[in-house]
Design a protein around this ligand. Structure first.
Ligand SMILES: Nc1ncnc2c1ncn2[C@@H]1O[C@H](COP(=O)(O)OP(=O)(O)O)[C@@H](O)[C@H]1O
Ligand SMILES: [Mg+2]
Length: 361
């Protein structure tokens, strides 16, 4: 097992920097997820750790070695990709053992490693099948098994579940988490899916345009987003952002509606801000918003409802902006119906309108 450090790591293609001097310390055994929109540099970063991409500047350290100039096979890492091409003409057993065979390990050692990986991943009954006779989830487990047999210090995953359907993705997520609990290796996992990031990670690294914008536990980045990008990227539905101007301790929205500035924040008059409210913190009165000393109230017409079973998502309009709210004791709502909503102000955020930076930080 090993710790991993990125020190001012840069990736440059010609004159274009696609990863801008990022630094990150990953503890031994930690499960870290790099998450961000497509093109933000996640795969490039992971591939530099793997040795599949040259590092333009800075250092990558695995364990206590600077690995910049080490080829992938000498870094003791295993990588699982989205396209996990198994060898179709080989059995599961042969697929699992292939990398060890190439490395000319003794057959007894290969057999032991394959049996161990198969047991961990519940592949033992499938060892003599070929990939064509496996389901998508089973194939993905074989791909992970190929990574396990090498007992790597670090597992690198690049969107390993993106080709699976939604239900299978949820199952495999649980399997990956169990796998990590069993083998305890350091994991760096790349995904564009914030739900995957939230459910898997010990720590989430949120990337945008080749920069790290926030690092924290899933709850830290959910509850204390550093800026409006993180606020809307993490969590579903995305946090509502209402543009307004601070005047006399209140946020005045475009139509003159005023809501007190969330408690603990001191913002100068005239500052243009976005008031951030998660759907969980704005609900029609009498529909289960936990009581708090810091309530505000607004009236909004509901334009659309999405019943989800135990709760209903309400789309409403406030000062010309769409707001998503929740109702935990669902009842039928007719489009156009005006409801009085409570807002838990102590759970709300303010972001600078220009920079997007949280004014809580
Ligand atoms: N070989 C390359 N030459 C030039 N630009 C590249 C190359 N590979 C990737 N990029 C660019 O680097 C950026 C980051 O890509 P990537 O790391 O694949 O993003 P992600 O995995 O977050 O979707 C993208 O803008 C992409 O177009
Ligand atoms: Mg990618």
């Amino acid at each position: 097992m090993a710790q991993v450090h990125l020190r001012n790591v840069v990736k440059r293609y010609g004159a274009l920097d696609v990863v801008h001097s990022i630094s990150l310390d990953i503890a031994d055994g930690e499960f870290v997820v790099l998450v961000g929109p497509s093109g933000c540099g996640k795969s490039t970063t992971l591939r530099m750790v793997a040795g599949l991409e040259e590092i333009s500047d800075g250092q990558v350290v695995i364990g206590d070695r600077v690995v910049n100039d080490l080829p992938p096979r000498d870094r003791n890492i295993s990588m699982v990709f989205q396209n996990y091409a198994l060898y179709p003409h080989m059995t599961v057993r042969e697929n699992l053992g292939f990398s060890l065979k190439i490395a000319r390990r003794p057959q007894a050692q290969i057999d032991a490693a394959v049996d161990e990986a198969a047991a961990i991943l519940a592949l033992t009954p499938l060892l003599d099948r070929k990939p064509g006779a496996l389901s998508g989830g089973q194939r993905q487990r074989v791909a992970m098994g190929r990574a396990i047999v090498r007992h790597p210090d670090v597992f690198l995953f690049d969107e390993p579940l993106s080709n699976l359907d939604a239900k299978l993705r949820t199952q495999m997520r649980v399997e990956i988490k169990k796998l990590h609990q069993k083998v305890g290796s350091t994991v760096i996992y790349v995904t564009h899916d914030q739900v995957e990031a939230m459910t898997l990670a010990d720590r989430i690294v949120i990337m945008r345009d080749g920069h790290i914008v926030q690092v924290g536990t899933p709850l830290e980045v959910f509850e204390d987003p550093a800026n409006s990008f993180v606020a809307t990227f993490i969590g579903s539905p995305p946090m509502n952002l209402l543009p307004g101007t601070v005047q006399g301790g209140r946020v005045v929205l475009a139509d003159g509606t005023a809501v007190p500035v969330p408690p603990g924040l001191h913002v100068a008059d005239g500052r243009r801000v976005h008031l951030g409210i998660r759907a969980d913190n704005i609900m029609p009165e009498g529909h289960s918003l936990p009581p708090t000393a810091h309530m505000a109230h607004v009236d909004m017409p509901v334009t659309l409802t999405e019943p989800l079973g135990t709760e209903t998502l309400l789309f409403a309009t406030l000062a010309g902006a769409e707001v998503q709210a929740k109702m935990l004791n669902p009842r039928p709502v007719t489009p156009g119906e005006r409801l009085r909503f409570g807002i838990a102000l102590d759970k709300c955020h303010l972001f600078d309108a220009d920079s997007g930076v949280s004014l809580r930080m």
